[in-house]
Design a protein around this ligand. Structure first.
Ligand code: NDP
Length: 463
């Protein structure tokens, strides 16, 4: 039998596992390892729950809900609702309620660790050698060290870049930005452009390429562009920020195309980098990828095998559920029965972008499928949701299925529309299971929903 890394009290180390970073991945790994008998400590120098809970997924979704009320108030009139006065948005209420909710979640994380018997150590950890970590004045030895420190927003270099905010601070702005600008064309840029637009800002999105959301299905990107444009987001493609200067009453943003805009706040959403500063791993010559992330093998071991890493710091898909899956996989391998396991399958990871309307996607885009499979059938439904027959809103919904012609397997599903993430989560099970279009077709729809389109599209739109 292969030995695992649980030491049953005979370890020469203080801990079997020392986790650096109490974000989604780190906390999950710590709790799961304890449940398998490991002695675990976690060091954290900032907030429990990491980016997702504090300055990512959770507050973003709360603000997205807040922004959706804008549309809801407008939609209501067609259904007979007359609001006594024009609804007024109060930023401080949203921000402070958010702070209360995040505090509640931080406390839950602390309790979870405490109840599990994980020792929580406050402070920035430094890895001293393959089995030694220092936090402040204290030093701890561990059989395995897990680096789960996540990423950190990266800001491009241009004059005035000290005047921008990043996603770390945008939730807590002192005053509501009536005029808001976001730089970037990824998840964070389109989500925050939609949020501030919905909350009532005059909102600009600046993206250097011809169309945002590079890597997503082209039709999804074009559809999203048109929907965001209809909702009033000012989209500027093919340009970048040249400089920002403080002027009376705001910030003057000069673009590389010669345009100038005056706004109250600028958010840079130009990607995130592994948060490795000060960890001491460079001194141990731990190998990095070309992008500067920690290089790991299928067992999440770095080039120093007792130092493990998961989540954003390894440069994989920067998504909370991926970090959670990696945490559980790692713990099973190192602290479980250690039987050989197949590596995590990173294909068909569903994802949602919470721009308005939302994007949900799983599997291949039309372009990727054409490249990989050649002959495909593409089924497209582009329609006005039933709700908007009375609301008067011009918002449309897009659904797409991409099918391999040779095997009839559904290779990808795409949606842009209300609650796209909720819909695609279910479809993702079918795509991951490798179901065929015929199996989708034999599934009875739920009527009347938008989602039933996924089982009723019969005629290919193109091949
Ligand atoms: P992304 O990597 O998704 O996007 C970065 C954007 O910044 C790209 O459009 C990129 O352009 C642009 N950019 C990069 N460098 C420059 C530059 N020098 N000047 C101008 N523009 C530049 O990063 P985000 O910050 O949006 O998000 C980070 C990650 O967090 C995402 O990749 C995602 O995995 C995760 N996330 C997930 C969410 C979700 O699941 N809903 C929500 C938010 C974040 P180009 O395309 O031309 O390279």
């Amino acid at each position: 039998m292969v030995e695992n890394d649980v030491t049953d009290g005979v370890s020469p180390f203080d801990y079997d596992l020392f986790v650096i970073g109490a974000g989604s991945g780190g906390v999950r790994a710590a709790r799961t390892a304890v449940s398998l008998g490991a002695r675990v400590a976690v060091a954290e120098d900032r907030y429990l729950g990491g980016t997702c809970v504090n300055v990512g997924c959770v507050p973003k979704k709360l603000y997205s809900y807040a922004a959706h009320f804008h549309d809801a108030f407008e939609d209501a009139a067609g259904f007979g609702w007359h609001l006594p006065e024009v609804p007024r948005f109060d930023w401080a209420t949203l921000r402070d309620n958010k702070i209360g909710e995040i505090k509640r979640l931080n406390d839950i994380y602390a309790r979870l660790l405490d109840t599990a018997g994980v020792r929580l150590i406050n402070g920035r950890a430094q890895v001293m050698d393959a089995h030694l970590v220092r936090v402040g004045e204290e030093t701890f030895s561990a059989g395995k060290i897990l680096v789960a420190v996540g990423g950190w927003p990266w800001v491009p270099d241009f004059p005035g870049n000290d005047l921008v905010v990043t996603s770390n601070h945008v939730f807590d702005l002192e005053t509501f930005p009536e005029r808001f600008l976001v730089l970037g064309g990824g998840y964070i840029a389109v989500e925050f452009a939609s949020i501030f637009n919905g909350l009532g800002s005059d909102c600009h999105l600046i993206y250097r390429g011809d169309l945002f959301l590079r890597g997503f299905d082209r039709q999804v990107r074009e559809f999203t562009r048109d929907e965001m444009d209809k909702k009033g987001v000012n989209l500027h493609f093919g340009t970048n920020i040249e400089s920002i200067a403080r002027v009376e009453g705001g910030l003057k943003v000069s673009l590389t195309n010669g345009e100038q805009l005056e706004v109250d706040a600028v958010l840079t959403a130009t990607g995130r980098r592994p948060n490795l500063a000060g960890l001491g791993l460079d001194e141990l010559d731990v190998e990095l990828t070309e992008a500067g992330a920690l290089k790991v093998n299928d067992r999440f071991e770095t080039s120093v095998p007792s130092i493990l890493a998961i989540g954003d710091v390894t440069g994989g898909p920067e998504l909370t559920p991926v970090a959670l899956a990696e945490a559980m996989h790692l713990v099973q391998q190192h602290f479980g029965d250690n039987s050989p396991r197949s590596p995590i399958d990173y294909r068909n990871i569903p994802t949602a972008v919470f721009c308005h309307p939302n994007i949900g996607t799983v599997g291949l885009s039309e372009e990727e499928a054409r490249e990989a499979h050649g002959d495909i059938r593409v089924y497209v439904a582009d329609f006005r949701p039933m709700k908007h027959t009375l609301s008067g809103s011009r918002e449309r919904c897009l659904m797409k299925l991409i099918v391999d012609d040779a095997t009839d397997r559904v290779l990808g599903a795409q949606m842009v529309g209300e609650e796209a993430g909720e819909v695609i989560q279910g479809i993702a099970i079918a795509v991951r299971a490798g179901l065929t279009k015929a199996e989708f077709d034999s599934t009875v729809g739920i009527h009347p929903t938008g989602a039933e389109e996924f089982v009723t599209m019969r005629t290919p739109t193109r091949r």
